[in-house]
Design a protein around this ligand. Structure first.
Ligand SMILES: Cc1ncc(COP(=O)(O)O)c(C=O)c1O
Length: 423
């Protein structure tokens, strides 16, 4: 860490002038709100930079040259580590020929074949750019196939930023949500009730592999719930859609519900499938191939070749490096370390989710005040984690990276304990 740590006063405007602050000031004039979306550092503690310069492996640098161990990995896309050599070589090789042309390159077919061979429930693949493209396309395909309208989704689940699913109401009309109804994750009775209300208009049940709503303790899926959704969809003739955008290729290679033994009809992928290059996929079973052929979905950049080359290299490296197991091992060590520290400093915490995608909250911490303070201290000591969103472990984490991350979290617990000696 450089002057960011030493110069902290607790008030953002009192910190020394920095490249980040210059950029934030300029951004205010030309970008609404100065920044928007999930990477808006505005709501984060003042120690967080808004603008980043570079990354390699599990380390990242902000525009002021401060170095961090990355426990967010671009909020999921980076799974093998930043600038993974095999992925970047594949991108460079493809870019030397062409990226965006009048038609896709051979890599589109190669990638579709690889996805179908890798993901157990997939008989076909369609490619796009963002997770929202993929979840939206899954719903459209389900409706085209079934001729019905209603989609059931879990209350509070995030499936993207389009009007039908954005968590913020601004600019959204009731008509945008007219065909959406809700159930409670892991509560089969609530799904049955919602399905009964939908009656013969039920097109699909949309579900994430586990409950990872931002700001809440995470909840792993009850396998009986997953099996129950499958049975319900089979009985109703509706599609089971798995939103694997956030978890895909971090928890398993063959879909996040492969270990659970439940095969969706359609699945949405993005984030980690091309190690940081812009790509999304809809995968589906033969039963939904007709609907997929009928719909018109496309985008100017959906068929660009470099991200597809990146994805082929990413899937190859995930396999070659046994990356899912590596992330699980590192994640287990991170969890053990953080829980031991919380115990040593006398804090009651909840550390939830799979080891590759953990989330830490402090018991009774209303408004995430303690979590924010903790995160502010952790980032000053070189660990980039998040107080209100699950973290993402990458396969690039070395023993040194882990030691640095745990050193930062230890310092953060220590600082909290110094401020709260009597609790
Ligand atoms: C579960 C889930 N679905 C869909 C999306 C939307 O993906 P994107 O932001 O790429 O549109 C996200 C993004 O965080 C997600 O976590």
């Amino acid at each position: 860490m450089t002057d960011l740590a030493q110069g902290r006063t607790g008030q953002q405007q009192e910190r020394p002038r920095s490249a980040d602050q210059e950029l934030r000031a300029r951004a205010k004039a030309v970008i609404p709100g100065g920044m928007y979306g999930h990477q808006n550092a505005g709501p984060l503690p003042p120690e967080y930079p808004q603008f980043m310069r570079s990354g390699r492996g599990a380390r990242i640098w902000d525009v002021d040259g401060n170095e961090y161990v990355d426990l967010m990995n671009s909020y999921g896309p980076v799974v093998l580590g930043h600038r993974h050599p095999a992925v970047e070589a594949a991108v460079a090789e493809q870019a030397a020929q062409a990226d965006c042309q009048n038609g896709p390159g051979p890599v589109m077919v190669e990638l579709a074949e690889l996805l179908v061979a890798t993901v157990d429930h997939a008989d076909w693949a369609m490619l796009a750019k963002n997770g929202t493209d993929a979840t939206t396309a899954c719903c459209t395909i389900a409706r085209a196939q079934t001729g019905r309208g209603t989609i059931l989704a879990a209350k509070g689940a995030y499936h993207g930023s389009a009007p039908w699913c954005t968590p913020r109401p601004a600019g959204v009309t009731p008509a945008d949500r007219a065909n959406l109804a809700h159930y409670t994750f892991n509560d089969l009775a609530s799904v049955r009730e919602a399905a009964a209300r939908a009656g013969d208009d039920l097109a699909a049940i949309l579900v994430s592999p586990f409950r990872h709503d931002a700001g809440f303790d995470q909840e792993l899926v009850d396998p009986a719930f997953a099996r129950g959704l499958r049975e319900l969809c089979d009985a109703a003739g509706a599609a089971l859609i798995l939103d694997d955008v956030r978890c895909g290729f971090r928890l398993a290679l063959g879909s996040s519900w492969e270990p659970v033994g439940v095969r969706p009809d359609l699945s949405a992928w993005s984030k980690a499938i091309a190690n940081g290059h812009a790509l999304a996929a809809v995968l589906g079973s033969d039963a939904f191939r007709g609907g997929a052929q009928e719909v018109f979905i496309t985008g100017s950049f959906w068929f660009a070749a470099t991200a597809m080359a990146a994805s082929i290299a990413t899937i190859g490296a995930l396999r070659d490096e046994d990356a899912v197991a590596a992330m699980a091992r590192t994640g287990d060590e991170l969890r053990a370390g953080i829980l031991a520290q919380a115990g040593n400093y006398g804090f009651a915490v909840n550390y939830t989710g799979p080891p590759q995608m953990p989330y830490l909250t402090f018991t009774g911490d209303r408004g995430h005040a303690l979590a924010s303070e903790f995160a502010g201290h952790a980032i000053r000591h070189g660990a980039y984690l998040h107080p209100r969103h699950n973290w993402f472990v990458s396969a690039a984490m070395t023993g040194d990276d882990l030691a640095l991350a745990l050193g930062a979290t230890d310092a953060a617990f220590a600082a909290l304990r110094r401020r709260l000696p009597g609790t």
